[in-house]
Write a protein that binds this ligand. Structure first.
Ligand SMILES: *[C@@H]1O[C@H](CO)[C@@H](O)[C@H](O)[C@H]1NC(C)=O
Ligand SMILES: *[C@@H]1O[C@H](CO)[C@@H](O)[C@H](O)[C@H]1NC(C)=O
Ligand SMILES: *[C@@H]1O[C@H](CO)[C@@H](O)[C@H](O)[C@H]1NC(C)=O
Ligand SMILES: *[C@@H]1O[C@H](CO)[C@@H](O)[C@H](O)[C@H]1NC(C)=O
Ligand SMILES: *[C@@H]1O[C@H](CO)[C@@H](O)[C@H](O)[C@H]1NC(C)=O
Ligand SMILES: [Cu+2]
Length: 665
């Protein structure tokens, strides 16, 4: 080997370790993937090669952890996972970027299809404009086709034997409004075959009045008086410099360090979150990887136009590729730092979402801890103001906007928040007053001629906790009532705790809220000095469980909602609770099915899957645009630290805002 060649190899291997193994694919890496795959599938074909999903095929966890302790010597390859369509087949490829080769090729012969691309949805929604029956339907309604805008809806699966890769299209009238979803051309559904890109079915079933445009817009520029309430614009500023550091995709702030990634399918990804322990003088591991693995939104109207609306927003539409650019000062406060993100377009080339993520310190005026002691001769008052660090992303999937927050607190808590806003999905009806309604309309009359349909939102979070190491166990601490049997006390009862450690996957499945319990992932191999198990608690948000019957098709496909909590052993290929190929899936590959293997999970590297959600009965305040409805949960240390980890917190005192005191009117 010549010296030059050795030198080149050195440079290549050096450059491959300079980035973090969990960094999202870069624009140039997307370009390489495209070139490598296109070369392999260049044969002339009636059907173009399309990239439905391209994401980082991250190294096995063991490798990443080795790299973390010895980044200088551990060699890592960069690989991409590709779901492509070619000749009406789904290809699953692994591309190695260092050798520039495809190292694994599989055709997916099972049911279900990969994510839709945005490009193919755009092309599909153009088809009705040149389709005679559609043009006639619009004309028959006395409407102008230049004012019609169409949107795509996944079709789900309802027991059909054979399937085609189709998508449904419904259209809306935009004259006089920018609130697209408020004026549906009710009754018209177009079915498009996405591989042949042509209309294969057409329905024009019912005729109801078009809801009026008046009152549907939400832009301030078109609003008429009266206005209000008037709010103060309070700037959130960090005195001095921002309190956090971003090195590549690694964020360090206060006692936390973590990596922020991005993926076309799931959006923001938090990895390798560790917290510094001032007593142990080291960072201690908490969360290996966390992200929204699926979002299931079934609508509750069984009629022809709506029954199929049972969306899987991650697996079908892609939360990441639905991310929107965040607006400084409104989406994120003045002290926010923004990050651009990239995904592969249908032709494989990178698409830039500028300001897709923002990171900011949050001074929300909350109290970290306090105590006033008046029993002493001198009053003691100790208060610490709380500060946290937030990573935010917003995904707009059709009518809905989902605000995803990861909030890190110095106390060791991670608050995971989700906000729902945007526009309700509604159908046009003949009714203008609830007095006229004598049937089940499957929703709420939110405006004249407009019924917003009942539905649910179930978000499943993938939470690979590594509490002080990989070998963890899932423990339920049940609070149980006890009747006093000895009579040395006037009390007749009390409650105490009974702990159970789940040994297998089936034992771990939990419906939250049925009885008083605490849930924790613990590390039994480490204990506090005084002997308690080191752990992290899951503080559940409001509990939801499915209301569809078990054997209803959408429920089978979204069987991960059957329980709120599942525990599986870590397996790199089990990433998405709804399965890999979710569009038109048949419930054969998802978290519920994997768990049936009933693997051992005690003192193993485990993943916690947690579903939060909302049953949504729409109301008039949510029209024409919905004020944010917030939910979430907390991951909170439980006997992880020897004592309050913010006991000795140092809070900057230089916050001196001029004229910040309240004025009285
Ligand atoms: C394939 O790609 C070419 C070039 O981008 C385009 O003109 C053609 O319409 C595509 N064919 C199909 C079936 O999408
Ligand atoms: C659009 O709306 C305006 C105001 O309601 C109405 O006068 C006009 O006829 C409408 N145009 C079409 C093409 O529907
Ligand atoms: C992405 O867009 C932002 C905003 O336009 C720009 O600053 C950034 O350089 C772009 N990234 C790339 C790789 O072009
Ligand atoms: C990992 O998960 C995949 C998908 O469920 C499965 O096929 C494979 O057997 C699993 N591997 C192990 C070691 O369990
Ligand atoms: C604070 O308010 C007072 C009274 O309204 C005004 O005179 C002063 O200039 C203000 N100071 C600043 C820094 O805005
Ligand atoms: Cu909703």
């Amino acid at each position: 080997m010549s010296l030059l060649l050795i030198f080149i190899i050195f440079i290549i291997s050096f450059s491959s370790i300079s980035s973090h193994p969990l960094d999202p694919l870069s624009p140039s890496e997307f370009d390489s993937v495209r070139t490598i795959v296109q070369k392999a599938y260049s044969s002339k074909s009636k059907y173009n090669l399309t990239f439905q999903y391209v994401g980082l095929d991250e190294p096995e966890k063991g490798t990443v952890l080795k790299w973390q302790s010895r980044p200088d010597i551990v060699k890592l390859s960069r690989r991409a996972l590709v779901h492509a369509r070619f000749n009406k087949q789904t290809l699953e490829l692994v591309v190695d970027l260092s050798t520039r080769s495809i190292i694994s090729k599989q055709v997916h012969y099972g049911h279900g299809y990969p994510m839709f691309t945005l490009d193919e949805q755009v092309v599909a929604t153009e088809l009705p404009y040149s389709y005679k029956p559609f043009k006639d339907s619009v004309k028959r309604r006395g409407l102008d086709i230049s004012q019609v805008v169409c949107s795509t809806f996944s079709t789900g699966w309802y027991g059909e034997e054979k399937s085609q890769r189709v998508i449904k299209i419904q259209c809306f009238y935009t004259n006089g409004t920018t609130n697209l979803y408020s004026r549906p051309l009710e009754g018209i559904t177009v079915v498009v075959d996405l591989d042949d890109m042509k209309i294969v079915q057409y329905f024009d079933r019912i005729r109801v009045p078009l809801p009026k445009a008046e009152g549907t817009d939400f832009r301030f520029s078109v609003m008429k008086p009266p206005f209000g309430p008037r709010l103060n614009g309070v700037a959130m500023v960090s005195p001095g410099r921002p309190g956090f550091k971003i090195d590549g995709n690694t964020v360090s702030w206060a006692n936390w360090v973590f990596h922020v990634g991005f993926d076309a399918r799931v959006g923001s990804v938090i990895s390798l979150a560790s917290i510094y322990d001032i007593e142990k003088h080291k960072y201690r591991r908490v969360l290996y990887r966390g992200y929204v693995s699926e979002l299931f939104v079934p609508y509750m109207d069984p009629t022809e136009e709506i029954y199929f609306k049972t969306f899987f927003d991650c697996g079908e539409f892609g939360f990441g590729q639905s991310a929107v650019s965040l607006e400084p000062l409104t989406d994120c406060p003045a002290n926010a730092v923004f990050m651009d993100s990239y995904y592969a377009g249908q032709d494989g080339s990178p698409v830039n979402i500028s300001n897709a993520l923002c990171i900011f310190e949050q001074h929300a005026g909350n109290i970290m801890w306090r105590h006033t002691e008046t029993a002493l001769h001198e009053e003691i008052r100790e208060v610490r103001a709380d500060v946290s660090l937030v990573v935010r992303m917003v995904a707009t999937v059709g009518n809905y906007d989902y605000i995803l927050n990861w909030e890190f607190k110095p106390s060791g808590s991670i608050n995971v928040g989700v906000g729902l806003t945007g526009v309700l999905s509604s159908k046009a009806v003949k009714y203008t007053h609830t007095d006229q309604i004598k049937e089940d309309v499957y929703g709420t009359l939110v405006a004249e001629n407009t019924v917003a349909t009942h539905h649910d939102h179930y978000l499943n979070y993938y939470l690979d906790l590594d509490v002080d190491g990989e070998a963890n166990s899932f423990v339920r601490t049940n609070l149980v009532s006890k009747r006093v049997t000895n009579h040395n006390t006037p009390r007749k009862s009390y409650w105490t705790v009974e702990r159970e450690t789940a040994k297998t996957e089936l034992e771990a499945r939990t419906k939250v809220g049925l009885r008083p319990s605490e849930f924790a992932v613990i590390n039994r191999n480490k204990k506090t000095k005084i002997g308690n198990d080191i752990g992290y608690r899951l503080l559940a948000g409001s509990a939801v469980s499915p209301l569809l019957v078990d054997d209803d098709y959408p429920q089978t496909r979204a069987a991960f909602t059957n329980y709120n909590v599942w525990i599986t052993p870590y397996n790199k290929s089990e990433k998405w609770a709804g399965g890999t190929y979710v569009d038109q899936s048949r419930g054969e590959d998802n978290l519920a099915i994997w768990s049936l293997r009933n693997r051992k999970i005690e003192n193993k590297d485990i993943v916690l899957w947690y579903t939060i959600g909302v049953h949504h009965v729409p109301c008039q305040e949510e029209f024409p645009v919905m004020p944010t409805l917030s939910g979430g949960f907390e991951l909170r240390p439980v006997n992880f630290f020897e004592r309050n980890p913010v006991l000795k917190v140092i809070v900057a005192k230089n916050v001196n805002m001029p004229n910040c005191t309240a004025t009285h009117h």
